[in-house]
Design a protein around this ligand. Sequence first.
Ligand code: PLP
Length: 446
Amino acid sequence: MDLRINLPESEIPTAWYNVMPHLPSPVAPPLDPQTHEPVDPAALAAIFPESLIAQEMSDQPWIEIPQPVRDVYRLWRPTPLVRAKRLEEALGLKVKIYYKNESLSPAGSHKPNTAVPQAYYNKQAGLRRLATETGAGQWGTALSFASVQYNLDCTVYMVKVSFEQKPYRGMLIRSYGATIFPSPSDKTRSGRAALEKNPDHTGSLGLAISEAVEDAATHEDTNYALGSVLNHVLIHQSVTGLETKSQLVLAGEKADILVGCVGGGSNAAGLFAPFVPECLDGHGPQMLAIEPMACPTLTKGQFRYDYGDVAQLTPLIKMHTLGHSYTPPPIHAGGLRYHGNAPILCQMVDSGLVTPQAYYQKEVFEAAMLFLKTEGFLPAPETAHAIKGAIEAAKNAEPGQTVVFLYSGHGLLDLAAYDAYLSGKLTDYEYPDAEIAEALKSCPDI
Ligand SMILES: *Cc1c(COP(=O)(O)O)cnc(C)c1O
């Protein structure tokens, strides 16, 4: 039996899967932040190309992947589905564990799966530049890689605390040719307003989003690109779930439990989506969405309309949220520190298709260490949440069952987090209920 289930290049999917038409209840429409009326798609045209706006609202189950996108996907796709045999042996369980290895992309994570088509569609629409935000730097890396594939300029607003603590991501982004500003910056009104209030502001993802959206909205030749949350992002990420389905067939396996970590929801939903029809027929896998205890959006947030950013520039979206005003504790899994979540994934949670679970930082790193020592690869701190979830799922599974998790990225640029773990400096944060209640007050009354 092969440990790595590989597909030939010809098996890169030719269409993305859109789960929206299959969900038990429809995804609620985004609302205008001022009028609270459904957003006019034309208003989104200031920052997104029409092709992506159409995907955002699409009721088509399959969306063709353009050949120039598949040509770039070929640099690393299809990714292997790997049997974690040595991890299984260390756990001493009679449960099979597979992981879909998305860390093998040029940027080292699943994010290029959507960065590439987003850059492509913007180039097709005649744009010259993309503006975006990045937290830990994974998305900024992915978009700067994708932009250079299609000769687009790229401006990245990087949360200042990450920019200072994780210099290597910034260097990689600049190496791809992108321009990077620590956020809050003096380049936008939102940034200047934040700096006026507090010159030592360390930034937040919500604020960096405000800066990037403002940059795109105020420049004719520039659009905005988001690395998670939105429907079109989740549609692009379905390549991982589609490949996984084919690979399971090839291996003669059936997944009993699927596991993904959740920041904005894109990697988990990308893996889950193609399995939803069989779940609705009653013979699909259990699906687990794993988040940090420090940012318990799905386990402790409310399912309601909220802003996507601090400056309240984005449309209101119906999602599980902790309130857009909240500042998450500084855990090392920077990619999981977002107050909201993808509406598609939230709808799956609300309808009971997906079960959310939260874990503490230290137990997550312990899981990462076990994976590192058995399987050899160093996971990103975000990915370590999925590993923890998969290990716990395996412990609770019946002998002979199969767990599949999405390995969202490597941790080779997150070594400072491992240093903190090894020197006993990691802290377990929990977001106190009282603070959640306070932050939820920032949600609009809808
Ligand atoms: C960004 C990121 C995540 C979280 O984002 P999702 O949209 O929830 O997938 C998880 N893992 C890695 C490695 C990331 O870069």
